[in-house]
Design a protein around this ligand. Structure first.
Ligand code: NAD
Length: 419
């Protein structure tokens, strides 16, 4: 399904970044021992009756990294290359991310190693329901709240909510976020991550005294997050010159018509074949000359092999873990400004938190309320990370991790631990 494999081990990257931040903040060894490791790891077998009558087994996972600051929170990924280590890395990042935007959640993640592009809706539904049954002991509105991630969506969340609710005998909307609006989803959740990336880019542009109008942008991954980010940048007057998905990459130096490209993607499921654009190789996008590079696909897209060829002024990490620690060092020496993932893409979990609050209080907010609260949260978090970056003279990624890890560490110190 993919043209490129996910490179490297995301968990090694997550641990390396944790250690770098913990060292920079001189975190004491006792707190490190408590917060460095996942609280709970569940591996499940997911047997599914396929459309041809065969039973096929899939490996599924749910990892609760931390519940120190509140219920564990994190998305569910369906992808052929899902592994336990990847889920652990994503769950760890969720923990620091929720703390960076200061919402009362811990961190979790889940996933199934499967190829959803080659499964029918019926097969996806049966797999989702069986997986939900398998992770049932872990999830709940006060325990652990799943959400969409790569190749899962509002429909997937509706199936999880229904399966969970069936075990209770009443509707429990707060067990998942990213639901359809008519089932208690929040206005603004679908576009929240991309919108949050846009607010983070706006803040970075202000900091760098760089205008967004006319700025050139390249976006790797034209799914939920990448396409909304591209759309908002396009509306703000930026020139999105290249966009890719797993099937191809399109380029127009004068700027792509993003609404038309979104229309094509919705119709055909691919960006390839877009008129008024030339096809280029996937790797060219990451190294093209542009003002803002937005990796919005998968982990480790920029590593030591291609980092020195990057020609962007700013990298806005819409994906989780798109830049390896070795690449960070190269980019820093080149003066590329990075908005680290746990800050840049935190808009999704922020609006997930708003959705959960609305569910718990039986309220329904207007979209303008959601947008203005999201903007406030993102811009406050950006400022907090930037302040640490400047005061402590550390890279933006270390500053973001110091902020997130510091808040979790403070909660641990206050709570203590038992027995
Ligand atoms: P999605 O499934 O909607 O989109 C992923 C896109 O990436 C697809 O268009 C796919 O074709 C493309 N892609 C996959 N491999 C690629 C490759 N090698 N080169 C180019 N494109 C490739 O997923 P999404 O929800 O947009 O998630 C994208 C990233 O954002 C992931 O890292 C995810 O963890 C992160 N993220 C998502 C959310 C959210 O709310 N959905 C929140 C925070 C972070």
């Amino acid at each position: 399904m993919l043209t490129t494999k996910i490179k490297g081990n995301a968990y090694d990257v997550a641990i390396e970044n944790f250690d770098a931040a913990a060292d920079a903040m001189a975190l004491d060894s006792a707190t490190r021992e408590i917060i460095k490791y996942p609280e709970r790891v569940l591996a499940v077998s997911v047997p599914v009756r396929m459309d041809d009558g065969r039973i096929h087994h899939f490996d599924g996972y749910r990892v609760q990294y931390s519940s120190v600051r509140g219920p564990a929170k994190g998305g569910i990924r369906y992808h052929p290359q899902v592994t336990l280590d990847e889920v652990k890395a994503l769950a760890m990042w969720m923990t620091w991310k929720c703390a960076v935007v200061n919402i009362p959640f811990g961190g979790a993640k889940g996933g199934i190693a499967c190829d959803p592009k080659h499964m029918s809706q019926g097969e996806l539904e049966r797999m989702t329901r069986r997986y939900t049954s398998a992770i049932l002991p872990l999830i709940g509105p006060d325990q652990d709240i799943p959400a969409p991630d790569v190749y899962t969506n509002a429909q997937t969340m509706a199936w999880i909510m229904d399966t969970y609710s069936a075990t209770k005998g009443y509707a429990v909307p707060g067990v998942v976020t990213g639901k359809p609006i008519c089932l208690g989803g929040s206005l603004g959740r679908n576009e929240a991550t991309g919108r949050g990336v846009f607010y983070a880019i706006q803040s970075a542009c202000e900091h760098l005294h760089m205008g967004l109008k006319g700025a050139t942008v390249a976006v790797q991954g034209f799914g939920n997050v990448g396409s909304i980010t591209a759309q908002m940048l396009h509306e703000a007057g930026a020139k999105v010159i290249a966009v890719s998905d797993s099937t191809g990459c399109v380029y127009n130096p004068h700027g792509l018509d993003i609404p038309a490209l979104m229309h094509l993607k919705a119709l055909t499921g691919r960006v390839e074949g877009f008129p008024e654009a030339e096809s280029i190789a996937h790797d060219e996008l990451l190294t093209m000359t542009c003002d803002i590079l937005v990796p919005a696909a998968l982990e480790n897209a920029i590593d030591e092999d291609n980092a020195s060829a990057v020609r962007a002024r700013m990298i806005a990490e819409a994906a989780n873990g798109p830049v390896t620690p070795a690449a960070d060092k190269v980019l820093e020496s080149m003066g590329v400004f990075q908005i680290p993932d746990i800050l840049c893409n935190a808009g999704g979990v922020t609006v997930s938190y708003f959705e959960w609050v609305q569910n718990e209080q039986h309220l329904f907010w207007e979209s303008q309320d959601v947008y203005s609260r999201l903007e406030r949260v993102m811009k406050t978090a950006f400022r907090d990370v930037l302040n640490l970056h400047e005061e402590r003279n550390v890279p933006m990624r270390i500053a973001a991790n110091m902020l997130g890890i510091g808040r979790v560490a403070e909660a641990v110190r206050l709570r203590g631990f038992c027995p």
